[in-house]
Design a protein around this ligand. Sequence first.
Ligand code: GDP
Ligand code: MN
Length: 396
Amino acid sequence: MNLHEYQGKELLNSFGVRIQRGIVAQNADEAVAAAKKLTEDTGTGWHVIKAQVHAGGRGKGGGVKLAKSLDDVKTIASQIIGMDLVTPQTSAEGKRVHQVLVAEDVYYPGDSEPEEYYMSVLLNRGNGRNMIMYSTEGGMDIETVAEETPHLIFTEEIDPATGILPFQARKVAFNLGLSGTAFKEMTRFVTSLYTAYVKSDSSLFEINPVLKTSDDKIMAVDAKVTLDDNALFRHKDLAELRDLREENPIEVEAGALGLNYVDLDGNVGCMVNGAGLAMATMDLIKQAGGEPANFLDVGGTADAARVEAAFRIILKDPNVKAILINIFGGIVRCDRVAQGVIDAYKNMGNIEVPIIVRLQGTNADIAKELIDSSGLDVKSAVEFQEAADKVQAVLA
Ligand code: GDP
Ligand code: MN
């Protein structure tokens, strides 16, 4: 589960990580009120208005703007709220902005220039250890840095038995070229950042940029936080931060029905039991020259109710031109699944796309007979390849 920048920053702050302070606003008036409050609290004269959507690269897309007066705050906030923000990380249609973060301007001019670093915390799946990845080249695309100047990216692996050790925090500060106050600030920053990552059961923190202000404070100016869904049950407060507006509505609905569904770009809807078989089915469709419209694992009990729910979800995608049902009857008997398909089909009454069903396993022969004699526009297949060929035939 992803958090908005403002939520991520609040989480970091609650673990003692210094952040660029801000207040979230739903409309221009709230933005002005937020700006006034920030000026009272922090003394800031200027503010940055930042679109809150689940996508990076907002600055490049015009979703992060500097406001030098309250009039600016009002104008910019009303421009950004309601816009469809297109960034390198969104689709061409962009993402609708529902709210902005009004933040203190922390790039104030001083004796020295502010500096931007990159820092992330993530799991190294190769050895099962968390690592801190960091670079002097903050504020820009880390992918570009990785490609063009990989020697400017450092990693620090953390032993889960000890957690981050003081010498490791000092190494980070040293490699970033810091000294004096900024050095101390950075060791504190990285230590509390790592603690926040572990305590919140996150799977990714990406802070880009981490800023060194002209008066040597180290703070998070941006925050991308991904929480581990499997650990959300023990973080009820964090689970409540979920913003369903940012997620694919069909996926949200499928999730509520207990179906494992991922929306894809193709035109062949898939209904499969078991994640492995679902992946293999998608491969098969591709090999036969088609494109899967979704990943859908209906789980172990492919009864009429579940099959119907799955049909409804698949058919919400207007790109679907055919549906391939590929079910292995191990514990669940194929004839029951076949009856489920027939019942669901009749019950829905208006399925206009052709359906190809492949049922293998216990009672597969009875299932095939049931399908073939149902009188419905449902084609049965026995072999994997046969199923794929039939899908291609109906699409052609
Ligand atoms: P992203 O583009 O989605 O990664 O959004 P960021 O939160 O990283 O902001 C983009 C850029 O806006 C940063 O790299 C900064 O250069 C700039 N920015 C952020 N906060 C401030 C600020 O307080 N003052 C000024 N002048 N620029 C800022
Ligand atoms: Mn950023």
